[in-house]
Design a protein around this ligand. Structure first.
Ligand code: GDP
Ligand code: IMO
Ligand code: MG
Length: 432
């Protein structure tokens, strides 16, 4: 079946970019359906590393066509910077290879200023957003006061629309947050340039995708963030503002319910989280340093978009089961197995216990009250061998194989692939 979906099953940064890159080898269309440049997706091919924030990671394969669906909020400045970065690296980005939905919303410097002002006003209750204007842009969308890609197509009206939008935001910035207003004239001038540059890319991408699917083309939907950051199903309010889950694909792309082939979950062998919010299996001290790394390796746990150190902890099997249910996962790709090498034992959370001693295999009220639970762990033997050169299942240490089988059991979903390094070739197929 031609529509495949890849989602992160945790709080983002599961290694989705590198998995999308693999799956794109067999896809015609690579599409983003949610979020914006809060995402940071890393793809490493040979010695070249790309960090993508808006453009689908599958664009690195020259045969693919990239689409930014209507579910996105797009900062045109970031998008143009990313297009230039790819072009300079020899990856063609032009209106033949990249299409943007007319219905995607725009992020302006007003949204970014509001994002920062709101975070400052939250004080201790900060969400720890990426500061990219994501929340305010989706707020404008829901409030029916947003600017869309479509607005960039009327060159003579762009200035007036951006001006009216910024006047409202400046009023809010100054009166509600006593923050600096944005420079309206400068932003208007910038948006007139963005409109000229981006107009050739803007089409009805839903219609294009529907036609492609009817022709049997293979479409890969690339989720941004992870499902625990989903606005409806995540650890609210410590979430992002979009529908991250696989079910968000249809609204975020403007297509009807087409038959879906695989819904693959990208799962890191341990949990990580950037920003605030509950994290039952969080670790500190030496173990946290081991999992996070010190920053000396490019894959160490520091934000791809913000550079912030990521909080880390043991793999949470309870949340993995939740991710399977919310997304209807067909399989998992397990990333960063190589990072666990050298541990004597590895813990996996298999249940939650509440203050009254009751145990839960799945959280009784979604993931809204995670701070009320203690994790119940099962301990597995570790392994010492370096896995980064392993390419076949039979060459993995028995303890690593057992770990993968254990994840399948607690998640209730088969693992199809494990990755043992960031580079395209560093993967091992998992037999059924
Ligand atoms: P994404 O947001 O889900 O695409 O993930 P990020 O790109 O933000 O973070 C994942 C990091 O882990 C990147 O630096 C990747 O290059 C790296 N990575 C992905 N898979 C593996 C793996 O199997 N092993 C190692 N060591 N690094 C990996
Ligand atoms: P990828 O696609 C990890 C987090 C932020 C913050 C919360 C809200 O690379 O996995 P926002 O700026 O969206 O309003 O921030 O969501 N967040 C991410 N964390 N990976 C991401 O993307 C994220 N995108 C947003 O850190 O906690
Ligand atoms: Mg990331």
């Amino acid at each position: 079946m031609p529509l495949n979906i890849l989602v992160g099953t945790q709080w983002g940064d599961e290694g989705k970019g590198r998995i999308v890159d693999l799956l794109s080898a067999r896809s015609d269309y690579v599409v983003r359906y949610n979020g914006g440049d809060n995402a940071g997706h890393t793809v490493t091919v040979d010695r070249q590393t790309f960090k993508l924030h808006l453009i689908p990671s599958g664009i690195i394969h020259p045969h693919t066509l990239g689409i930014l669906g209507n579910g996105l909020v797009i900062n045109p400045k970031s998008l143009l910077t990313e297009m230039d970065m790819l072009t300079n690296a020899g990856i063609a980005v032009n209106p033949q290879r990249l299409k943007i939905s007319y219905a995607a919303h725009l992020i302006t410097p007003g949204h970014i200023a509001l994002d920062k002002a709101k975070e400052a006003a939250r004080g201790k209750g900060q969400i720890g957003t990426t500061g990219r204007g994501i929340g305010p842009a989706y707020t404008d969308k829901a409030a029916r006061s947003g600017l869309r890609m479509y607005d960039l197509l009327s060159a003579d009206q762009v200035g007036a629309k951006v001006r009216a939008h910024l006047e409202l935001i400046n009023h809010q910035l100054v009166t509600q947050y006593t923050a600096e207003p944005v420079d309206i004239a400068a932003v208007v001038a910038d948006f007139e340039v963005y409109a000229q540059k981006l107009a050739p890319y803007i089409i009805d991408t839903g219609a294009l995708l529907d036609e492609a699917l009817n022709q049997g083309k293979v479409v890969l939907a690339e989720g941004a963030q992870g499902i625990l950051l989903d606005i409806d199903h995540g650890s609210y309010p410590f979430v992002t503002s979009s529908n991250v889950t696989a079910t968000g694909v249809f609204t975020g792309l403007g297509i009807g319910i087409h038959a879906v082939g695989k819904v693959t979950g990208a799962t890191k062998c341990f949990q990580s989280r950037v920003g605030a919010g509950p994290f039952p299996t969080e670790l500190d001290g030496e173990m946290a340093l081991f999992l996070r790394g010190t920053g000396s390796n490019p894959w160490d746990e520091f934000g791809t978009t913000t550079g912030r150190p990521r909080r880390v902890g043991w793999l949470d099997g309870v949340l993995l089961r939740y991710a399977r249910r919310i997304n209807g996962l067909t399989d998992l790709v397990l990333t960063k197995l190589d990072v666990l090498s050298g541990l004597r034992e590895i813990q996996v959370c298999v249940a939650y216990r509440d203050a009254g001693g009751n145990e839960y295999a799945v959280p009784p009220m979604g993931v809204c009250d995670l701070e009320t639970f203690q994790p119940v762990y099962e301990s597995l033997p570790g392994w010492q061998a370096d896995l980064t050169k392993v390419r076949q299942w039979k060459d993995l240490p028995e303890a690593a194989q057992n770990y993968v089988r254990f994840v399948e059991k607690i998640g209730g979903v088969p693992v199809s692939l494990v990755s043992v390094g960031p580079e395209r070739s560093q993967v091992v197929e998992v037999p059924a």
